[in-house]
Design a protein around this ligand. Structure first.
Ligand code: ADP
Ligand SMILES: N[C@@H](CCOP(=O)(O)O)C(=O)O
Length: 293
């Protein structure tokens, strides 16, 4: 039997819609896999009552098929589904790493990204790599159709998860079909600033580079209290705030020593609007890894 931990991830970072992602040091999913003649799944933990155990409907099933690796798989969810924290991607990434090892398939982590993305296609309708790439590689990732670029990064973060459910497919439906040239120019500038900030572990550049005015405002309407929480986090010292993935989680980048007060301000901000929320004080973290059993 093998046990694998795969982390939550935060995709987009504002200016990098469907391209940027970071691994978080927590929370995480844990998968246990052992060879079996046919695949069976059991799911426990956060939000498990909403996650199908039929392999055909679970992100893990598509990974089993892609690696031709039937197994008895137990998923312990640390990441609530429909959170904006790459819950479905974490299971897919963990399955890819675990089954590759269990069946000695010999794929590199980079090659496993597109295999894990097949799992994401099961729930999102299309394969996007921006969660599975950091879930497998860790750090900051830039995922494009030409491949994934990986930058190790060291940043202090808070993610605040309100008690609201936003499915990725609903949040994709509100994204505008096109952008104006001035919006494109602004986004390119911010995305480049953010990337430079990641290379330098600079929370001020990363925070500034997260600004984005096309996708984020459309999706903010799906998250009660988003504007207020955004402002409260900045007042408390965050250098940048945006929607994590498709939401409803909200991501804040913090200078050293500010996470506690930013976390408190974000939870209070949601509370001001009558929404319960919990905050995770975290950092950019490592990718999926095998655990000793
Ligand atoms: N292993 C899995 N973990 C989490 N969600 C899963 C899994 N397999 C299928 N799903 C389904 O995926 C959907 C959640 O995916 P999504 O809306 O993209 O949220 P998230 O951003 O948290 O991944 C839910 O409908 C859930 O039932
Ligand atoms: N780029 C995707 C990312 C979805 O992330 P999730 O964690 O909400 O599944 C999007 O923005 O739709």
């Amino acid at each position: 039997m093998l046990t694998v931990r795969a982390p939550a991830t935060s995709a987009n970072l504002g200016s990098g819609y469907d391209v940027f992602g970071i691994a978080l040091s927590g929370p995480a999913d844990v998968l246990r896999v052992e060879k079996a003649p046919r695949t069976t799944l059991s799911v426990t933990g956060a939000g498990s009552q909403y996650i199908p155990e039929d392999p055909a409907q679970n992100t893990v099933g598509a990974v089993v098929d892609a690696l031709d690796a039937p197994a008895r798989i137990r998923i312990d969810k640390g990441i609530r589904p429909a959170s904006g924290l790459g819950s479905s991607a974490a299971s897919a990434a963990a399955a890819a790493l675990a089954l590759n090892e269990l069946y000695d398939r010999g794929y590199s982590r980079e090659e496993l990204v597109s295999i894990a993305a097949k799992g994401e296609a099961v729930v999102a309708g299309e394969a996007h790599d921006d969660n599975v790439a950091p879930a497998l590689l860790g750090g900051f990732t830039v995922a494009t159709p030409d491949g994934v670029t990986h930058v190790p990064a060291d940043l202090q973060l808070v993610v605040c998860l309100p008690d609201i459910v936003v499915s990725t497919s609903d949040a994709r439906a509100v994204v505008p079909d096109g952008v104006r040239l001035d919006e494109m120019v602004e986004t390119v500038g911010n995305a480049a600033t953010l990337t430079a900030g990641m290379e330098r572990d600079d929370p001020y550049l990363v925070g500034r580079g997260m600004r984005e005015s096309v996708v984020t405002p459309s999706r903010a309407k799906l998250i009660d209290g988003y504007g207020h929480v955004h402002d409260r986090a900045l007042e408390a010292g965050a250098t940048g705030v945006t929607i994590s993935g498709a939401g409803p989680a909200v991501l804040a980048v913090c200078p050293e020593g500010f996470k506690r007060r930013v976390a408190a301000a974000m939870v209070e901000g949601f509370d001001d609007r009558g929404v319960e929320a919990r905050a995770f004080q975290t950092t950019v973290g490592e990718g999926a890894r095998l655990l000793d059993t």
